[in-house]
Ligand binder design. Structure first.
Ligand code: ADP
Ligand code: MG
Length: 341
C-alpha cells in the first residue's frame, strides 16, 4: 500500500465564534499510526475531517506527500475514513458494502469481487461475504467498515472513535485487529480517540489536544514518563498530583520537600518555589518498616484492582503508619512547565 506523510501547517478552523482548531502544526509520519487524543470538544474530529476534505480549514495548509491538498475536494483525495457509526449500507450484503467504492470508480465486476474477497480475508471475515450487516456482531460490522476503507488502497486511513459502539472486552480485541491490519499494510493512519489507554496501546505517536491546540506530542512512553504539563500527566495514565516546595537549587537540580521527604529533581525549566508533583502509582512503594527519606502515612481506603490492591487516600503522619517511598515523578509550575526527578 502507498505510504504518505501528512502535514498540518498552521491549521485553524473556526465555526462562527468557536475556534475548533487553533493554529495547529504537526506531522503524521508516513506508514505510522498517530493518534489524536483529548477530551470531548478539543478539536479531534474537526482535524480528521480537514484531512479527509470534509471540512475546509479557515486558514493554514494541509500537505499529503508534500502536495498541497488544502483546496482539494474529498473525492479527489486518496484518503479513506472509518466512522464511529460504521455507516454500512443496511440493504447491501457484506460483499456489496466492501466493493461499493471500487464499483463507483468503474472497476470491472470480476476485479472488484476478487479484491473485496481478498480484503475480507485480511480482516478475518472470510465466508461472511453474503451476510447482511444486521446479521453481524458489532465487532464484525466494524471490520466490514475497515475492509470497505482499505479495499480502495488509500494513501491515508482515518478512524474517528471506531470502538465507541463496542463493549469493553471487544474494544480491546478490535483495537488490536486495527493495529495489526495497519502494520500489515504499512498505511499512514490517523486515529481519533478520547481513551488514553487505547491511544497508548496502539500508537506509534500520540498527539494530545486540549482546547483546540496541541498540549504535547510524542511516543506513548515519552508522554507517560515525561508529561510536560499537569493536564497531560492527569489525562494520560493515573497520576497523584500533590503540592511540594522547592528548598534548594543547584543549576538545573532542584531539591524538593514533599511532606517529610526530600527529593532531587532535574529541570531545565524555571520553577517557582511552590510546585505540583505528579507521581505514577507504580513509582510509589509501600512498606511497613521504617525507611530513610520516606513519608509516614496510613491507609484510609483500599480496593482490589486486578492483581493489585489499590490504596487510596494516604494520610500523612499517622502513628499506625505505612512508609511511602517515591521512585520517580514529574513536577510542574502552576503555569504548567515541567521537569522530571
Ligand atoms: N459543524 C459544526 N458547527 C459548529 N461547531 C462545531 C461543528 N463541528 C464542531 N464544532 C465545535 O468545534 C469544537 C471541536 O469539535 P470536535 O472537533 O467535534 O471535537 P472532538 O472530536 O474533539 O470532540 C467543539 O466546540 C464543537 O462544538
Ligand atoms: Mg469527535
Amino acid at each position: 500500500m502507498k505510504k504518505a506523510e501528512v502535514k498540518f501547517e498552521n491549521i485553524t478552523k473556526k465555526f462562527n465564534e468557536t475556534v475548533a482548531v487553533d493554529n495547529v502544526s504537526c506531522t503524521f509520519e508516513a506508514g505510522t499510526l498517530t493518534t489524536l487524543l483529548g477530551p470531548s470538544g478539543c478539536g479531534k474530529t474537526t482535524s480528521l475531517r480537514i484531512i479527509a476534505g470534509l471540512e475546509r480549514a479557515t486558514s493554514g495548509k494541509i500537505l499529503v506527500e508534500n502536495e498541497d491538498v488544502t483546496l482539494l475536494p474529498a473525492t479527489d483525495r486518496d484518503v479513506s475514513m472509518v466512522f464511529q457509526s460504521y455507516a454500512l449500507f443496511p440493504h447491501m450484503s457484506v460483499l456489496e458494502n466492501v466493493s461499493y467504492g471500487l464499483k463507483m470508480i468503474n472497476v470491472p465486476k470480476e476485479e472488484f469481487t476478487e479484491k473485496s474477497l481478498e480484503t475480507l480475508k485480511l480482516v478475518n471475515l472470510e465466508g461472511y461475504e453474503n451476510r447482511m450487516p444486521s446479521e453481524l456482531s458489532g465487532g464484525q460490522q466494524q471490520r466490514v467498515a475497515v475492509a470497505r476503507a482499505i479495499v480502495l488502497k488509500p494513501k491515508v486511513l482515518l478512524f474517528d472513535e471506531p470502538l465507541s459502539n463496542l463493549d469493553a472486552k471487544l474494544r480491546r480485541q478490535v483495537r488490536e485487529d486495527i493495529r495489526e491490519i495497519q502494520q500489515k499494510l504499512g498505511v499512514t493512519t490517523i486515529y481519533v480517540t478520547h481513551d488514553q489507554e487505547e491511544a497508548l496501546a496502539i500508537s506509534d505517536k500520540v498527539i494530545v489536544m486540549n482546547n483546540a491546540i496541541i498540549a504535547q506530542q510524542g511516543s506513548p512512553k515519552e508522554l507517560y514518563n515525561f508529561p510536560k504539563t499537569k493536564f497531560v500527566a492527569n489525562f494520560i495514565g493515573d497520576a497523584n498530583v500533590v503540592k511540594a516546595e522547592i528548598i534548594n537549587q543547584n543549576n538545573n537540580i532542584y531539591e524538593i520537600q514533599l511532606a517529610e521527604m526530600k527529593i532531587n529533581i532535574k529541570s531545565d525549566q524555571k520553577l517557582e518555589s511552590s510546585v505540583s508533583v505528579s507521581l505514577r502509582p507504580e513509582k510509589i512503594t509501600i512498606s511497613k518498616s521504617p525507611e530513610e527519606n520516606s513519608i509516614h502515612a496510613s491507609v484510609n481506603n483500599a480496593s482490589f484492582v486486578k492483581k493489585k490492591t489499590q490504596h487510596t487516600h494516604y494520610k500523612n503522619c499517622d502513628p499506625n503508619y505505612f512508609i511511602l517511598k517515591i521512585l520517580f515523578g514529574n513536577i510542574f509550575n502552576k503555569s504548567n512547565s515541567s521537569c522530571t526527578c
